[in-house]
Design a binder for this molecule. Structure first.
Ligand SMILES: Nc1ncnc2c1ncn2[C@@H]1O[C@H](COP(=O)(O)OP(=O)(O)OP(=O)(O)O)[C@@H](O)[C@H]1O
Ligand SMILES: [Mg+2]
Length: 248
């Protein structure tokens, strides 16, 4: 590796991050550092600290610094392998544990953070207005459609989705993709979740939409009835399409 690929203090860049944040792993693998906008990282730090108080296994905040171009958050490593790096057979075997961990999160009695539909739709509206949608995050059959049109297609469902959200909101991870679920490769059980910047109260379909979409790339039929409620495919589709418009 050439020297200029090394991060601060010789930390190694982690390549599979999805946001604008830069993520580095310490030489001994025990710590991760994330650099980016201070407000976003402060939100992530507060959620990590809160989830730790709930007895949930996962990252712990080790250090927090304001830097010249934002902030730097250092957390303890969750030991294991991100779930997107597993084979289909391994993912199938890990699935009950993944579902169990998601249910434990969703069953927490509440949390001080929200990522409700109002916020997410406002975020998507802003990203679309700035013409900042990341095409890579769009479902393949939507890449050719103008993002404003994609957003307009979701708007007629808003009343219904708000009503459903009011009926049941739970503590959601907020970016429940396979790379953010760390598995113990020996036992194929969940070691912990990472990337908690969007954790907050929301319709549980918002989490399952991302989980099923990313798992579906490895194993075409994830899902099942392990999640403790009847999954509504229309809501899965709605939240998947909305999420794709919120990154930018
Ligand atoms: N504390 C940690 N323990 C184990 N793995 C980690 C840890 N922090 C980050 N990782 C690994 O690095 C990857 C990227 O980190 P992270 O998900 O926080 O950044 P990101 O995807 O860029 O964030 P964003 O949600 O803003 O897109 C994770 O998917 C995970 O594989
Ligand atoms: Mg991530």
């Amino acid at each position: 590796m050439s020297h200029d690929l090394l991060g601060p203090d010789g930390w190694t860049p982690v390549n599979h991050g999805e946001s604008g944040a830069a993520v580095f792993r310490s030489a001994d693998g025990a710590r991760y550092a994330k650099s980016g906008p201070a407000a976003e990282l402060a939100a992530e730090r507060d959620r990590i600290d809160w989830l730790a108080t709930q007895g949930f296994p996962g990252q712990r905040t080790l250090d927090w610094q304001i830097t010249d171009d934002g902030a730097r958050l250092v957390t303890s490593a969750v030991e294991g392998v991100p779930a997107d790096q597993m084979s289909r057979a391994q993912l199938e075997q890990a699935w009950p544990s993944i579902a169990g961990a998601v249910r434990r999160l969703h069953d927490l009695p509440g949390c001080p953070f929200s990522r409700d539909l109002g916020q997410m739709f406002a975020l998507a509206t802003d990203v679309v207005a700035r013409d900042a949608v990341t095409p890579d995050f769009l479902p393949e059959d939507q890449i050719a459609t103008p993002p404003a049109e994609l957003l307009a297609r979701l708007a007629p469902e808003l009343d219904l989705r708000h009503k459903q959200e009011a009926e049941r909101s739970v503590v959601c991870h907020g970016d429940l993709t396979l790379p953010n679920i760390i598995l113990d490769p020996e036992t194929l059980t969940v070691s912990g979740f990472v990337d908690l910047g969007r954790l907050g109260l929301a319709d549980p379909h918002a989490d399952l939409a991302l989980l099923f979409a990313t798992a579906g790339e490895i194993w075409p039929e994830p899902g099942g009835d392990l999640f403790g409620f009847e999954v509504d495919p229309d809501r899965i589709r709605f939240y998947l399409h909305l999420d794709a418009l919120t990154w930018g």
